[in-house]
Design a protein around this ligand. Structure first.
Ligand SMILES: Cc1cc2nc3c(=O)[nH]c(=O)nc-3n(C[C@H](O)[C@H](O)[C@H](O)COP(=O)(O)OP(=O)(O)OC[C@H]3O[C@@H](n4cnc5c(N)ncnc54)[C@H](O)[C@@H]3O)c2cc1C
Ligand code: FES
Length: 280
């Protein structure tokens, strides 16, 4: 059988658009060819290239759970040419999707363990599929407790509010902590930066993987807080955002030292990251 061209986008339709924040929308897309939809498989942490015809394409993480086979979701912050064009599209518009690319969070090694997910702003997007994968009925028995610590600049900057404030906290064996940077009217929750909230909450490091995604400064100080609490470096993972073009390890656009982020990443453990040259 002829192998499909990994660089060829497949046509999909935007079936729903969910406004998350003032500059982030989640696009729910379905392949026009239903066989493409049923045969699509991705793993938590993987990315895809999304294209706006006539404008260009950019890399986004898949923010929907791999256990959902009915659609794919991408949560996209308006930044430049492609993302601004995407934000202008209405439901019903066509886009191109190619992928999935890259490695995933080590969900096999995480079996039987607890998980702590730490996200900042849109950084929850790559972590959401991992949480929802572990909470899916068919997988729940394979994993332990799930903890989510999520922060944003303001309440308005927090994404996936239905999951963060209702669905996840109401799920057995799930704990959610939320924080915003500065006090604001109507917010009765925690106020302060993510790393200091980690030190306050003092999550137990025993038998627990941690996955962090957010601004680099948040990641840096969160790692410091975690190591002070006794978390081992090889249990800590994050995901890197480097400029990508081909996504299949050919163009050399995304390399950090000898590693191609599109192929060897985007997920790296802390010891793997520490071994890379500081080019990211
Ligand atoms: C592995 C990976 C996963 C990603 N996941 C998401 C996601 O889920 N949601 C989302 O909104 N975005 C995500 N991005 C970022 C997204 O690909 C860029 O913002 C993209 O360049 C936007 O295209 P554009 O044409 O709108 O903006 P551009 O015109 O390309 O850039 C707009 C601005 O963003 C800066 N920028 C562009 N790319 C990056 C980057 N990779 N890192 C830091 N700054 C950058 C540029 O310098 C410029 O200032 C991801 C990127 C990677 C590599
Ligand atoms: S994006 Fe081309 S090699 Fe990674």
């Amino acid at each position: 059988m002829k192998k499909p061209n990994p660089l060829l986008p497949r046509v999909a339709t935007i079936v729903d658009i969910i406004r998350e924040t003032h500059d982030v929308k989640t696009f729910r897309v379905v392949f026009d060819d239903l066989d493409e939809m049923t045969s699509w498989r991705h793993q938590p942490g993987q990315v895809a290239m999304l294209s706006v015809f006539g404008v260009g394409e950019a890399t986004f993480c898949l923010s929907s759970s791999p256990t959902n086979r009915d659609w794919l979701e991408f949560s996209i912050r308006k930044a430049g040419k492609v993302t601004s064009a995407l934000h202008e599209l209405p439901a019903g518009a066509k886009v191109g999707v190619r992928g999935p690319y890259g490695n995933s969070f080590p969900y096999e090694a995480m079996r039987g363990k607890d998980l702590l997910v730490i996200g900042g702003g849109i950084g929850l997007a790559p972590l959401r599929p991992l949480v929802n994968f572990m909470l899916a009925t068919e997988n729940r028995k394979d994993y332990g407790k799930v903890e989510v610590l999520y922060g944003g600049r303001t309440y308005g900057d927090l994404c996936y509010k239905e999951e963060v404030f209702r669905i996840w906290p109401e799920t057995p064996n799930v704990t959610v902590w939320t924080t915003i940077d500065n006090a604001e009217e109507g917010w009765e929750g925690h106020v302060g930066f993510v790393p200091s909230y980690v030190s306050e909450v003092k999550p137990d490091p025993a038998n627990k993987f941690v996955v962090i995604c957010g601004p680099p400064i948040m990641i840096k100080f969160t790692v410091k807080a975690l190591t002070e609490l006794g978390f081992k470096e090889d249990m800590i993972y994050t995901t890197l955002e480097m400029r990508m073009k081909c996504c299949i390890g050919k163009c050399g656009r995304c390399n950090v030292g000898a590693k191609f982020v599109c192929r060897d990443g985007p997920v790296f453990s802390l010891p793997e990251l520490n071994a890379l040259p500081p080019e990211y």
